[in-house]
Every structure is written in C-alpha cells, then in structure tokens.
Design a protein around this ligand. Structure first.
Ligand code: SF4
Length: 471
C-alpha cells in the first residue's frame, strides 16, 4: 500500500508521518500527493484542517491550536489519531506518543507531585496511552528516578565502541564491521586509536569537572579485540580515571563465540573490587532462528558461556532477548523466556524486533513470517507478568522507530542490578563521552540543551583521523 501526506507547514511534520506509519507499519509512507490513501493538513494561524482521502471517501476535521507548542502538538496528534482510528478500526497501545524516551514525559509530572491516578489520567487523556502501558511507564519512571536521584550532577558516562562482530545479524542496523581478514589486520591500530582518543577525552572530562561513574564497552563485540588489546585499554582507563567513582563497567560479551577463559579470568580480576556487568545475549533459544538471523552460535553455547561466567563468580549478567524474530511464534518466544530464566541472569532486556532501513532484514522481510501485532502486545504483557513473578522489576525503557507494532524495549532486573549506564543514556541529564568509530558523545548544557558530537562510522577513517596515518 502507498500512503502520502502533505502539509502547508513544517509544523508537527515528524508526528504527522510517524503516527500514520504506526497505523500502517508495512505501507510505504511518503510526503507528497497520490497513493491509495492521502492525508493533508492545512494550517491557517491557529486553525487546522486535517483531511483523509481514500478511493471511496474523504473525511475532514477542523480544530484549533493553543499558544502552548507542546499542547498544540498533542492536539494535532489526537485529531490525526482519531481520524486513523475511525479509518482502520484500530487503537495503538502507545497512542500518539512518537518519542523514543517515554519516561521523560512522566518526570515533570512526578516532580509536580501528581499522584499515580492523576498521572495515568494525564497519559491516557493527553497521549491516548493504554491503561497497561501507562502503568508500566509510571513504574519504570519511578525506578529510573530513584537511580538518577542518587547521582551527582557531575556524574558522567564513558562509552567505548568497538563496532566489529564475528558475523552480521540479519536485523543489525549499526555500522558494524564483520571480522574479515582485512578488519583483523586493523585491530592493533584500532586499539591504538581508541587509546589516543581516550587520552584526549580524559582532558575534557577534567575540564568539565566530570566524574565517570559508568563505563560501557559496546558497539559490536568488544572481545574481538583480543585479550592483550583489552588489557591495554583497561590499563589506560585505570591510570587515568579515579577507580573509586566507577560504579559499573558493562562489557558486551553478547556473542558467546567471542568469550573465552582468558577474557573471563581478566574481567573477574576487575570484578573483585568493581562491578563488572557482563552481557551474554542469546536473543532466542531457538537454534533454527539463530541460524536465520546470522548468529554463528547455538543456545548450548550461551549455556556454556553462562556456566563459565558463573565459574568466575560473575553475578551481574544481563541477557538480551528479542520478541518477534523472523519465523518465530508465541511458543518459540515463551520457550526462550523460560530457557533464559533457567540461567538466572541478574537482568533481562526484552527488545521488540525493529526492522531498520540499514538492516539486511529490510530487504528480506517478505521471505519470513512474523507474529501479528496483537500477539506481540499480548506477549509483552505476559513477559512483564512472568518476569515480575520471578522477582525482576522493569527499570528502564525505550522505543525505536519501525518496531513491530510500535511497541517498546524494556530492561528488567533483580533489585540492585539496574544498569546505570542504560538509565543515564536514556535520560540525557549527564554527559556521555564516547570513543571509537561511530561513537556519539552527548553534552548536556543548561536548560537541557544537548550537543552531539559524531565520530566517523568507518573504522579505517576513524583510525586515519586518530593516528593521522593513511590506512
Ligand atoms: S551483535 Fe549487535 S552489533 Fe553485532 S552484528 Fe549483531 S546486532 Fe550488530
């Protein structure tokens, strides 16, 4: 199906497009005219005329905006939603909410001292968020706030990106390099480049009087650097950062084929006085799906990696799973959650599949069967129920574009194992220093103004910039 939308103003264009997309996830939605369904918005000072044209009928609504820009945006969103709801006979659990950080809208309400009932009413009346999602949202916002309230304003995070993986996952949209012979030959230089950038970053951290409280090794599979390079980076970090302020070091050992005894032995030494959060990510316990999504391992490998990690006394292990993987049904997903629970990770992050433009899946999605939105929504509710039954709490949440059914990703954890970095990066209240190819630093200024600084995505370009050499 082809859908077009047109507006005589730049106002609310993002919401205009995203709310339409949320109702028609598999349609092609473009700015312009024509197509099977056409939407138009005409702004004339505070008055708006919103129109939907199909082959059989035209329906239009008129409404008036107010002086407050945020409120006007919601008025526009609700009127568009009403038109779409009548046309499709559907409702969306997240209503008109298009942002990726939903808890951010709850913070000011909590700060104003509103009680739970008043907050639910606001979310449902202003954003059309369903009763269940409003309750989940408030729970997560309160947990996030507890974590943030314990931080000093000088607290900051350090991200170290290694965008290299053994193979590329079907759904991956990151600029992640597969470890070819050529990429392997660059690993030494990449490590030197990281150290070079870290040295410059320490100066900035000092100038800004920041304290690094959470460090995150991610971007792909950091273990591909090899133990000697990893040791070099940690040695440099500990020579330059005050160990006593570091509350968490996350190491993405997501792919079990990159974990070995030497790595675990080394990280376990750090784990003796610091909190190392290890990520071992099955995504699914179904070996057939693991093949389809291009991960070069089985669920047995995940179990082995957990056993090794427990042998080295790691307690803070996170496991990522994905709901809605190609070819999977309700039973596959429920089995995955059961299998992961048997491994007793300290935290489980539940993602809903997102089909990104830059992923291979974007070009192959019609080769597979996917769960429908209602099933995904029911499974998200089931997940919350079952994980809470097992003592996990939802502590952080975000949404992505192009997720199946426009749903959410939720981090659950046993109390005391909240991922500090995850909460800080979502709430954008603290500086994030990011090193490595494709890394994005974020600096927060007064009035919540945010400046982002982007590194080149290509590792060769990154190396040549950092080391001033031709690669
Ligand atoms: S493990 Fe993550 S970064 Fe690596 S290919 Fe898969 S999705 Fe991409």
């Amino acid at each position: 199906m082809r859908i077009t939308y047109f507006s005589n103003s730049q106002k609310f264009l993002y919401d205009f497009q995203h709310i339409i997309r949320a109702f028609y996830p598999s349609a092609e939605v473009k700015f312009g005219h024509g197509g099977d369904i056409h939407f138009e918005a005409y702004f004339e000072e505070m008055k708006v005329v919103l129109k939907i044209q199909t082959q059989h009928k035209t329906v239009q609504k008129e409404f008036v905006l107010v002086s407050d820009e945020h409120e006007s945006k919601r008025i526009f969103g609700r009127n568009l939603y009403d038109l779409l709801k009548d046309e499709t006979k559907r409702e969306l659990p997240w209503g008109i909410l298009t942002g990726i950080r939903p808890t951010k809208i709850v913070y000011p309400l909590l700060e104003q001292g509103l009680n739970d009932e008043q907050i639910y009413n606001f979310l449902q009346k202003e954003y059309y968020i369903s009763d269940k999602k409003s309750k989940l949202l408030l729970k997560v916002a309160k947990n996030e706030m507890d974590i943030l309230n314990k931080l000093e304003s000088s607290s900051a995070c350090l991200y170290i990106g290694i965008p290299i993986c053994p193979t590329k996952c079907l759904y991956c949209s990151f600029s992640c390099h597969e470890i070819t012979r050529q990429v392997k030959s660059l690993i030494g230089m990449y490590t030197d480049s990281l150290i070079c950038e870290l040295e410059k970053t320490y100066q900035k951290i000092e100038e800004n009087k920041n304290r690094i409280v959470a460090i995150y090794f991610g971007g792909g599979s950091p273990a591909v650097l090899g133990i000697e390079n990893i040791k070099k980076i940690f040695t440099n970090l500990f020579e330059n950062l005050e160990r006593k302020h570091i509350q968490e070091i996350t190491f993405e050992a997501g792919r079990p084929d990159t974990i070995d005894e030497k790595l675990l032995q080394y990280l376990s030494e750090i784990n003796q006085d610091l909190n190392v959060r290890l990520c071992i990510n099955p995504q699914t316990s179904n070996d057939n799906t693991l093949k389809i999504i291009g991960r070069n391992h089985s669920f047995e490998d995940i179990k082995r990696a957990f056993a090794q990690a427990y042998k080295y006394s790691f307690k803070n292990i996170n496991s990522d799973v994905i709901l809605g993987l190609p070819g999977e049904d309700e039973n596959d997903y429920k089995r995955t959650i059961d299998d992961v629970l048997k491994l007793s990770p300290a935290s489980i992050t539940v993602h809903t599949l997102s089909i990104k433009r830059a992923s291979l899946l974007r070009f192959k999605w019609n080769e597979y069967k996917f769960m429908d939105e209602e099933t995904v929504n029911n499974l998200l509710d089931w997940t919350q129920y079952i994980l809470e039954e097992h003592g996990y709490i939802p502590y952080y949440m975000y949404r992505q574009k192009n997720m199946i059914g426009n749903f959410e990703n939720v981090g659950y954890c046993k109390r005391g194992f909240e991922g500090l970095y995850n909460v800080m990066i979502m709430q954008e209240k603290h500086n994030i220093y990011a090193c490595g190819a494709k890394a994005v630093s974020k600096f927060v200024y007064e009035g919540d103004r945010i400046e982002r600084v982007f590194n080149p995505a290509d590792i060769k370009l990154y190396i040549s910039r950092m080391l001033s050499v031709d690669v």
